[in-house]
Write a protein that binds this ligand. Structure first.
Ligand code: 6PG
Length: 466
């Protein structure tokens, strides 16, 4: 009898299975295509406590009770199909975990559908890509506490470890785990776009080579901007394409793909009424990139009149560093505000400080900044909007001139900087007492009698405008 079963031997599935086995547990594995299973046990899994099964019944029969099964299949229908296949063979108290990038309302639905059966369910966000899965990912399991308790030992061990402990914690009720993973990805999109915009300015304004940009990124990675994404970015800058002898990054087509998690984050933000323009801008950046043909045609139709100014290279590099720190903090603050709000609405009961702790290792958005964010959250747990904190404000104000300078330079050079610009506008909006929304209210009232409130007395008013 094995300790745990894993279904789905894609790269992530295989590496999680190996990770679990490396921590001393026995694993049963199953994959729809048996050839994949055969290849796995005869190669990477050879000599490990990993056992292959080629039909669901014997796979389930091999698991010690209560059975624990981790699904590492593609999010969406494949998860539903697999649950359907498993159900007839499972008993009350057995546990199914979904480790995919599932849209959290789907997890809520599955938990509800399974309620009557007595089968336990965990929706678990897994971050860290291939190497994280093998060496220690960040794990975000959500569902019933009872379900989590069944696998806590295994999860704590296979997750990445930092000086703050294991990068796994019980996230909260229902679909809290997949919800938090979705937000992780929303922030991931934002941080990636922010770095990409900085790269664009470094190459187009300062005319730095990929290698030189790599040096700048590496230096930043040694300081406050230290993060996994900064680290891989400097490595990317140095990578050369063997065929052409050019930096690999320069031969990659500028069309960014996406699988939907960033978009879901933005949809969730819009539905909950929490402002997240920078998270949204990052998704829009990817969408815009996709229109290569239009962009190419249009770029040939206009003359970009660059402002002829002498720029101080060192100052721009320092300002870019600050602007990236500024936008990263804004991205996190937008994401964490959504987290607090949705957790409240759905009774997820998410401990944001704990989430920041398990994001410190293993995951894609691991960054030095998380320690600072945790300090702020721990000071006032009720504070959903981080900007209300004095330390946050000081951090942002210290970098404000740099962000203004960078966004202005970007404009001078016709360089889009969606994340940096929206971070600045978000900040300006949040620290502005008088927004021009009074005019919008007047316009709404003018054409639709939508009424408005006044600043000098209570009540709801309507004006006959003409
Ligand atoms: C992670 C990542 C991962 C995600 C990729 C690709 O935390 O390991 O978030 O889960 O699948 O980043 O996402 P996109 O294809 O949407 O960019």
């Amino acid at each position: 009898m094995t300790d745990i079963g894993l279904i789905g031997l894609g790269v992530m599935g295989k590496n999680i299975a190996l990770n679990i086995a490396n921590k001393g547990y026995s694993v049963s594995v199953y994959n729809k295509t048996s050839q994949k299973t055969k290849n796995f046990v005869n190669n990477e899994a050879k000599g490990k406590d990993i056992h292959a099964y080629y039909d669901i019944e014997s796979f389930i029969g091999s698991l010690s009770k209560p059975r624990k099964i981790l699904l590492m299949v593609k999010a969406g229908e494949p998860v539903d199909n697999m649950i359907k296949k498993l159900l007839p063979h499972l008993d009350k108290g057995d546990l199914i975990m979904d480790g995919g990038n599932t849209y959290y309302p789907d997890t809520t639905r599955r938990i509800n559908e399974l309620k009557e059966t007595g089968i336990l369910y965990l929706g678990m966000g897994i971050s860290g890509g291939e190497s994280g899965a093998l060496n220690g990912p960040s794990l975000m399991p959500g569902g019933s506490r009872e379900a989590y308790d069944l696998v806590e030992d295994i999860l704590l061990k296979i997750a990445a470890q930092t000086e703050a402990g294991s990068c796994c914690t019980y996230i909260g009720n229902g679909s809290a785990g997949h919800f938090v993973k979705m937000l992780h990805n929303g922030i991931e999109y934002g941080m990636m776009q922010g770095i990409a915009e900085v790269y664009d300015i470094l190459r187009k304004v300062l005319k730095l080579s990929a290698k030189e940009i790599g040096d700048v990124f590496e230096k930043w990675n040694g300081g406050e901007l230290n993060s996994f994404l900064m680290e891989i970015s400097y490595k990317i800058m140095r990578h050369m394409d063997e065929e052409t002898g050019k930096p690999t990054v320069e031969i990659i087509l500028d069309k960014a793909g996406q699988k939907g998690t960033g978009k879901w984050t933005v949809q969730t933000a819009l539905d909950s009424g929490i402002p997240a323009p920078s998270l949204s801008a990052a998704v829009e950046g990817r969408i815009l990139s996709y229109f290569k043909e239009d962009r190419t045609n249009l770029s040939r139709k206009i003359i970009k009149k660059h402002v002829e100014t002498k720029y101080d290279k060192e100052k721009i590099i320092k300002d870019l560093e600050n602007s990236l720190l500024f936008s990263n903090l804004i991205l996190f603050s937008q994401g964490l505000w959504i987290m607090a709000e949705i957790s409240k609405i759905n009774d997820f009961d998410i401990n944001i400080s704990e989430v920041l702790k398990i994001w410190k290792g293993g995951c894609i958005i691991r960054a030095k900044m998380l320690d600072f964010l945790r300090e702020i959250i721990d000071e006032d747990k009720q504070n959903a909007n981080l900007l209300n904190n004095e330390k946050t404000l000081k951090f942002l104000m210290d970098k404000l001139d740099s962000v203004k300078n960078i966004t202005n330079i970007a404009k001078d050079f016709y360089i889009p900087a969606l994340v940096h610009n929206t971070a600045l506008d978000y900040f300006f909006s949040m620290v502005e007492e008088n927004l021009p929304a009074n005019l919008i209210q007047a316009q709404r009232d003018f054409f639709g009698a939508h009424t408005y409130m006044r600043i000098d007395k209570d009540g709801v008013f309507h004006t006959i405008w003409e």
